[in-house]
Design a protein around this ligand. Structure first.
Ligand code: SF4
Length: 187
């Protein structure tokens, strides 16, 4: 479990003063306080986390965390933030200094690529088949339906060519022959 989930559970379910710092929170804090330290740097993570810990309401930390996340998601959005509706507008340094568009700062842009995962829902009387993701890839250790990764998106009636699968996580069996996947369900 990562910091984000742990802090969310601790504050929302158990009333602990643990700040949640997600992308929305980084953006709100960077703009309100005019902080240009890159949010994806080690120093930035420390600075923002420590500021969030300083600010969190000790009485209702869960409500506080949810309010800041919600503000970032609905008002202080990445593009065209609704500053006219923002309760923090009078204190916002980015707004006062005309720096909204440049905050938050990111040091390195994350490279993205499109991947096509084709999931197979295989049901038996005992439940559905699931498998655990292993190997060096996303969602490591999590459970999922059997899947075949393909190089391009498939049409609704196309079956994935299993031999071409580039899924590096574990072996993938053809639909209807789930011999090496593990079984989930209530049994
Ligand atoms: S005033 Fe604008 S930029 Fe500043 S926190 Fe509010 S919505 Fe974001």
């Amino acid at each position: 479990m990562g910091d984000y989930t742990a802090s969310a559970i601790a504050s929302i379910c158990f009333g602990k003063a643990e700040p949640v710092v997600d992308g929305n929170v980084y953006r709100v804090l960077a703009r309100v306080f005019g902080i240009a330290t890159p949010i994806d740097s080690t120093e930035g993570k420390k600075v923002f986390r420590s500021l969030a810990a300083e600010l969190i309401a000790k009485e209702h930390p869960g409500d506080h965390n949810q309010a800041v996340m919600e503000l970032g998601a609905t008002v202080c959005t990445p593009k065209n933030p609704r500053c006219g509706d923002c309760p923090l507008a009078r204190k916002c340094i980015a707004k006062a200094e005309g720096r909204i568009a440049e905050l938050p700062v990111k040091a390195g842009k994350t490279k993205t690529r499109t991947r096509h995962f084709n999931y197979l829902l295989i049901e038996t009387k005992d439940g559905i088949y699931l498998r655990k993701r292993t190997g060096k890839d996303i969602w490591q250790g999590l459970w999922e339906l059997p899947m075949a990764e393909t190089g391009k998106a498939l049409g609704l009636n196309q079956r994935p060519a299993i031999a071409d699968s580039t899924a590096a996580n574990s072996s993938v069996d053809p639909p209807g022959r789930p011999t090496s996947i593990q079984q989930g369900g209530d049994s």
